[in-house]
Design a protein around this ligand. Structure first.
Ligand SMILES: [Zn+2]
Ligand SMILES: [Zn+2]
Length: 373
């Protein structure tokens, strides 16, 4: 029986293709978690369901004392709006690939964990930036000493077939700006306060924000809703969404202050009032431990070859970094798997060649065994 379990090696590309067909949004990963749990059961791995909502945790315990190592994959897909207003779910960030890589790694690690504990975390709701916090609330992170995450990378970041040892994620958050005006008949606009015009002014003000160019940062309007109920009514309310990113948490604070000033100024220019609020938490910037990152670097050289180590990249945000923020003693690293994702992550038709996932599996296994093998 045990021999049979040890012989099962999962194929990451094949599993990714299966998971790709069942894309689910954050905290709705019912079929995906079912898939994960059934695969872990096939391997005979102790499994906890419902972690942080729809997450799954696999646990492999060694017989000797040692560290608790967490390998983490995210599971959720992204929503895209169809022309008829319906929402289509698409794995446009490659999380199907991450889940597949961690399952394949699990199949190679079964029977090889001698020291400490290996936790395999299949996290829900990364895209909504709420999944890691929900996992933290479940207590799964409290005993973790080392946490390792990974993400497929687009062709813009690193070449296909390579891996980079660190992705330097920036701090990020979503901001909602609300402008309050006053409705009036469109033939008497002087009696109203046009929130749509203030929203336009605010959009220009956001584009004019300037911060220290020595640090990476960006903010951009990603949605404007300033519709009145009829074209001849001056709209009294506007809601504007802004995506905000910064290389440091200090730059993030400065940007949020400037957005607040911008919305107040834009609203005041037409006689209204404005305010901003962050939608959910501000995701912290990456905070890695160089000794673990160096181990990842060595593993990439060893298992893929010296020429397959790519330069570190920096793009996007990740709720993975909440783990170290929750427990600062955690040694964290997060590497990139060059998979030629094109045209880019979060594109509705994002695609990549699943064969590159095998590289991520090899690195995961090698790094994990350094600590629990
Ligand atoms: Zn994403
Ligand atoms: Zn992602």
């Amino acid at each position: 029986m045990i021999k049979e379990i040890k012989m099962t090696i999962f194929n990451a590309p094949a599993m990714r293709d299966e998971l790709h067909k069942i894309p689910e949004l954050g905290f709705e990963e019912v079929k995906t978690s079912e898939y994960v749990a059934s695969k872990l059961a096939q391997l005979g791995i102790e499994t906890v369901r419902g972690v942080g909502g729809t997450g799954v945790l696999g646990i492999i315990r060694g017989e000797q004392p040692g560290p608790v190592v967490l390998l983490r994959a995210d599971m959720d897909a992204l929503p895209f709006k169809n022309e008829d207003g319906t929402i289509e779910r698409v794995h446009a960030c490659g999380h199907d690939g991450h889940t597949a890589m961690l399952l394949a790694a699990a199949s190679e690690l079964v029977g090889k964990v001698r020291r400490g504990t290996l936790k395999l975390l299949f996290q829900p709701a990364e895209e909504t930036l709420k999944g890691a916090l929900a996992v933290i609330d479940s207590g799964v992170i409290d005993d973790v000493d080392i946490a390792l995450g990974l993400h497929v990378r687009p062709i813009q970041d690193i070449p296909a077939g390579t891996c980079c040892a660190a992705i330097h994620h920036v701090a990020s958050t979503f901001v909602e700006a609300v402008i309050q005006g006053r409705s009036a008949h469109a033939s008497r606009p002087h009696l109203g306060v046009n929130a749509a015009e203030a929203a336009a002014l605010f959009t220009l003000a956001v584009a004019a924000i300037k911060l220290n160019p020595n640090y990476a940062w960006s903010c951009k309007v990603t949605g404007i809703d300033a519709m009145s109920s009829a074209p001849n009514i001056i709209p009294d309310k506007a809601r504007i969404l802004i995506d905000v990113r910064a290389a440091t948490n200090e730059i993030m604070d400065e940007m949020l202050a400037k957005l607040d000033a911008a919305v107040k100024g834009a609203a005041a220019a037409v006689g209204g009032t404005g305010s901003v609020r962050t939608m959910g938490a501000v995701i912290p910037a990456a905070d890695y431990d160089e000794d673990i990152v160096e181990e990842v670097r060595q593993s990439i050289r060893k298992v893929l070859g010296p020429d397959k180590l790519a330069t570190d990249c920096a793009a996007g945000g990740e709720d993975f970094h909440f783990f170290k923020r929750h427990k600062p003693s955690i040694k964290a690293a997060y590497f990139g798997v060059g998979a030629a994702c094109a045209p880019g992550l979060h594109s509705r038709d994002m695609h990549f060649d699943s064969k590159w996932l095998d590289n991520g599996v090899k690195v995961l296994v090698d790094v994990a065994l350094k600590h629990v093998g």
